[in-house]
Design a protein around this ligand. Structure first.
Ligand code: PEP
Ligand code: MN
Length: 337
């Protein structure tokens, strides 16, 4: 990190600044020109508050050289992280597909979709039990009963399960859930992230509706800073001016994230587009862009789904998608470590 000081400052201000930086364990490398003094900070600057420094009278500019996400950064961890979930591996090159309904609705619905997606090659079953709905009057999910049904589907099919947590007080219900999802709306629920960092469970972290790539990585950093390295990132579309699709799928984020971080990056083309017919082309594009996996909504009867039927694939359409994914895989972009 580099600090440029104002042309005029008092000795007192200078001492206060340099002492506080040294007390953080940083070494200071100073270079004095005829008008400008530049201080280079050497050491771990992740705890340095750039905005606070920039607000000081003595400071002209602050420039970060290294990204503030030291655990998620690929620079310090060049090898891909592979998150193991049962027999499934997410990250490290292979394309792993998670599939299942938006919401758990009934045992019959869940088990029939689970059997179908497993047969087509999905390695994890998804299904929302606690649903973050825009309207409080919309179906809110079967909650703890939904988790019970997911565990039954896991026992019947052998597929590990992933489901969303909305409140940390629900954590005990997730004891036998294999992957805990943090939804887009909670990407910056820092207390939730901090608590999940204390667990050893794999976390599927979705990108916030209007979050930058750096904010996304800093949220992963919250989980990792607590000691949980099992984070899977999920690009699920961001909000732009475009209303023809539910969100705008930011595929450049996928290729870029693969260079910035060693964490696995998967794509959710269902929520990114909101339109079933767009799910397959965007899934193929995601694999081509280097995604480590996909998460796809599949329903046995989309027109009657209690949530997100318009973007849900039938089991047959999902099977067709999986076959095409296999064809694209050999041509997928591989990020340079
Ligand atoms: C979901 O996956 O069910 C979901 C609600 O997604 P998102 O948080 O990306 O909107
Ligand atoms: Mn959904």
């Amino acid at each position: 990190m580099i600090l440029v000081l104002k042309e005029k400052y008092s000795r007192e201000e200078y001492n206060k600044l340099t002492e506080s930086l040294k007390s953080m364990g940083l070494q200071l490398h100073e270079s004095r020109g005829s008008h400008t003094t530049i201080i280079g900070l050497i050491g771990d600057t992740s705890a340095v508050d750039d905005e606070h420094l920039a607000s000081l009278d003595i400071i002209e500019t602050v420039k970060r050289i290294q990204e503030p996400y030291k655990n998620a950064n690929r620079k310090f961890h060049p090898l891909d992280t592979v998150v193991k979930v049962g027999n499934a591996k997410i990250g490290g090159g292979e394309v792993s597909v998670i599939a299942g309904p938006c919401s758990v609705e009934s045992k019959e619905q869940l088990c029939s979709v689970a059997e179908d997606v497993k047969r087509s090659g999905a390695v994890l079953l998804r299904g929302g039990a606690f649903k973050p709905r825009t309207s409080p009057y919309a179906f809110q999910g079967l909650r703890d009963q939904g988790i019970k049904l997911l565990l039954e589907a896991k026992a019947e099919t052998g597929l590990p399960i992933v489901t969303e947590i909305m409140d940390i007080s629900h954590l005990p219900l997730f004891e036998n859930v294999d992957v805990i999802q943090v939804g887009a709306r909670n990407m910056q629920n820092f207390e939730l992230l901090r608590e999940l960092g204390k667990t050893k469970k794999p976390i599927l972290l979705k990108r916030g509706l209007s979050s930058t790539i750096e904010e996304f990585l800093m949220s992963a950093e919250y989980i990792m800073a607590g000691g949980n390295e099992n984070v899977i990132l999920c690009e699920r579309g961001i909000r732009t001016f475009e209303r023809a699709t539910r969100n705008t799928l930011d595929l450049s984020a996928v290729a870029l994230l693969k260079t910035l971080t060693h964490l696995p990056v998967i794509v959710d083309p269902s929520h990114a587009t909101g339109i079933a017919s767009l799910v397959k082309p965007m899934a193929l594009a995601s694999v081509a862009a280097g995604a480590d996996g996909l998460i796809i909504e599949v329903h046995n009867d989309p027109p009657h789904a209690l949530c997100d039927g318009q973007q849900s694939l039938t089991p047959q359409a999902f099977d067709d998608l999986m076959k095409s994914v296999k064809n694209i895989e050999p041509y997928a972009y591989k990020a340079q470590a």
